[in-house]
Design a binder for this molecule. Structure first.
Ligand code: DX5
Ligand code: ZN
Length: 219
């Protein structure tokens, strides 16, 4: 089995059959649940919040990777921990005191990650990298599932991979947006460790197989 981690994005699940879809992920080769929280300010869409995450947590047998697309995420870190977040990622663009916010996530008992929008250079991470369990590079403009993968992501992954390796760190690189078997393969070859996939998994006739395909791709 590969060491690539797969995180199906619940945003693309059938919310009227959420328990069924969660159990599908439990029974698949996926590693985490990817949970997208949107506030209608930082991104032009609103998704779901604490009560839904709490409900997901009741059935999920795998860690919750909570991607906060909200302004000033520092206001809600403890709340997300309480409803079951295991990993919390915050956007560099959404919090002024990123260092403090990452410490807050760790103090709450979660693993801490930073997310970069497509237009934010990976070089902004130079000094903060040792504080990051993971860096999530957006490969679309955040806010909606089902968008097309942006090709500049490949170069961004390579740059970040080099920064991490040069410093001897084990920070994970996660990619979110437009991931499928073809883009996933190229991302893994470029140095990504974690693939988020929403519509590719839940829109597939056989989601279990779609997950297995991503999980078992060769480097
Ligand atoms: C979008 C979210 C993504 C989304 C990905 O802002 O962060 O996690 O669910 O969806 P797909 O895989 O369909 O591009
Ligand atoms: Zn996401």
């Amino acid at each position: 089995m590969s060491n690539i981690l797969i995180a199906p994005s619940v945003l693309a699940a059938d919310f009227a059959n959420l328990q069924r879809d969660i159990e599908m992920v439990n029974n698949s080769q996926a590693d985490w649940f990817h949970i997208d929280v949107m506030d209608g300010h930082f991104v032009p869409n609103i998704s779901y919040g604490m009560p839904v995450i709490e409900a997901i947590k009741k059935h999920a047998t795998k860690p919750l990777d909570v991607h906060l697309m909200i302004e000033k995420p520092e206001r809600y870190i403890e709340n997300f921990k309480q409803v079951g977040a295991d990993i919390i990622t915050v956007h560099h663009e959404a919090t002024v005191h990123l260092h403090r916010t990452l410490r807050q996530i760790k103090d709450a008992g979660c693993k801490a990650g930073v997310v970069l929008n497509l237009s934010t250079p990976v070089s902004v991470l130079e000094d903060i990298l040792p504080e990051c369990y993971m860096v999530l590079l957006m490969s679309i403009n955040p806010g909606f599932g089902g968008q097309k993968f942006e090709e500049i992501t490949i170069d961004r992954v390579k740059k970040l991979r080099k920064m991490i390796d040069e410093r001897g760190l084990d920070t994970l690189i996660e990619i979110d947006g437009g991931v499928n078997q073809e883009t996933g393969q190229r991302l893994v070859e470029s140095g990504a460790n974690v693939l988020v996939a929403g519509s590719y998994v839940f829109g597939n006739k056989n989601p279990i197989e779609a997950i297995a395909g991503l999980k078992n791709m060769k480097k």
